[in-house]
Design a protein around this ligand. Structure first.
Ligand SMILES: Cc1ncc(COP(=O)(O)O)c(C=O)c1O
Length: 385
């Protein structure tokens, strides 16, 4: 078979996905406490305005700019503030595409990127598909999550090109502290590494610590190259419109953007309609985010109320983001536990092991789903944990 060794050895679904497909095939209704698709969560989108934005005269014009239309980049820059300019930005069809371009920009086949873990599981594949290796470096939890800067320093090798952090992190919700930011940028500067900061969840602070780094853009002059990634999928809860962006700051930013424009020019993948609509969509986004934030807070409060009735279970603090880590007695492996909940209670959760949480005893729940379903899911699953 002529397949690249970058691909998985097998495309078989994992045990949880296979069980989910089987149960759905049998007609069982599953309460999905992993839902991360906001278009399926009952939010009241401003439909008329979104449709109008996507049918303006601009959608019929093709006038490609490899960095993305200036008007759209200006709207993204205004959304972020902190002195960000249209000229600092590249538009992409998603943050995943942004990662692909950055990995092509920064690495040669066989090079490495360091990823504090637990984190977004896609990094492993996004890196591998570009011929790079994503090397996880465990963070640790002590009252709150901490980057292990010492372990990161030790993990830097001759092939290391970059560090990737998510702020706040998925699924831990960890916001970097300012001290962590200073330590991380100094480490990257010392070793000649780039720092990629994924801030798709930055607008969703829930229990933020006072010393949090709200955004990497707080640092106008980082000592290393910094690339910030975000996009409409979380900023406006509109993943179907496929618009992401990457901002470049720090040493070499102008050259990096020039090279990114060259890379993006090979694809020109961002559609004209979404670029034409971007200023309006970003103007509509705060009202959509307010609904999402209200949902996250309501579900977190419901979880706390439910946990008060099950004192053997706890949750970790949710500094930000769309998910929460539930801690349970590790009487079985996380994956076995998630399978048990699916089979016995028809509730879908994610085992902590899917996100490389160390050991057993964690389930990851999404806080995004409709409140009634979230509460019913908790009622069904908590008693059997
Ligand atoms: C950390 C992180 N980055 C990026 C994304 C997805 O962004 P996009 O839809 O722009 O690829 C997600 C989606 O869950 C995410 O968790």
């Amino acid at each position: 078979m002529l397949l690249s060794s970058r691909l998985p050895h097998s495309f078989e679904p994992n045990a949880l996905s296979a069980a989910l497909a089987r149960l759905r095939g049998e007609g069982r209704t599953i309460l999905d406490l992993t839902v991360s698709n906001p278009t399926r969560c009952g939010f009241a989108y401003p439909e008329t305005e979104i449709r109008a934005a996507l049918s303006s005269p601009g959608v019929l014009a093709y006038d490609p700019d490899p960095l993305g239309s200036r008007a759209a980049r200006e709207a993204v820059a205004a959304h972020h503030g902190h002195g960000l300019q249209a000229d600092d930005l590249l538009l992409t069809a998603s943050t995943s595409e942004g990662y692909g371009l950055l990995f092509k920009l920064l690495g040669d086949p066989g090079d490495e990127i360091l990823v504090p873990s637990p984190s977004y599981p896609l990094f492993e594949w996004l890196a591998r598909l570009e011929g790079l290796r994503a090397r996880p470096v465990p963070s640790y939890f002590h009252d709150r999550w901490h980057l292990d800067l010492g372990a990161l320093e030790v993990a830097v090798g001759p092939r290391t090109r970059a560090v990737v952090v998510v702020n706040p992190n998925n699924p831990t919700g960890h916001f970097l502290s300012r001290a962590e930011w200073n330590g991380l940028t100094a480490l990257c500067a010392r070793h000649g590494l780039a720092l990629l900061v994924d801030e798709v969840f930055a607008d969703y602070a829930l229990e933020p610590p006072a010393d949090r780094l709200a955004t990497a853009l707080e640092d106008a002059n980082p000592p290393c190259p910094v690339f910030l990634l975000s996009g409409l999928s979380k900023v406006a809860a509109l993943p179907q419109l496929k618009l992401g962006w990457t901002a470049a700051r720090g040493a070499g930013a102008a050259v990096h953007l020039e090279a990114l424009a060259f890379l993006a020019d090979q694809y020109l993948s961002v559609s004209a309609p979404v670029q034409a609509a971007a200023p309006t969509l970003l103007a509509l986004a705060p009202a959509i985010r307010a609904q999402v934030r209200a949902r996250l807070s309501a579900n977190l409060a419901a979880l706390d109320a439910a946990l008060a009735r099950h004192p053997r279970l706890t949750r970790l603090p949710v500094e930000g983001g769309w998910s929460v880590l539930l801690r349970r007695p590790a009487v079985d492996a996380d994956e076995a536990c998630a399978l048990r909940l699916l089979e016995q209670a028809a509730v879908l959760t994610h085992p902590g092991s899917f996100f490389d949480l160390p050991g057993d005893g964690h389930l990851v729940l999404s806080l995004l789903g409709p409140e009634a379903a979230f509460c019913e899911g908790l009622d069904r699953m908590l008693p059997i944990l």
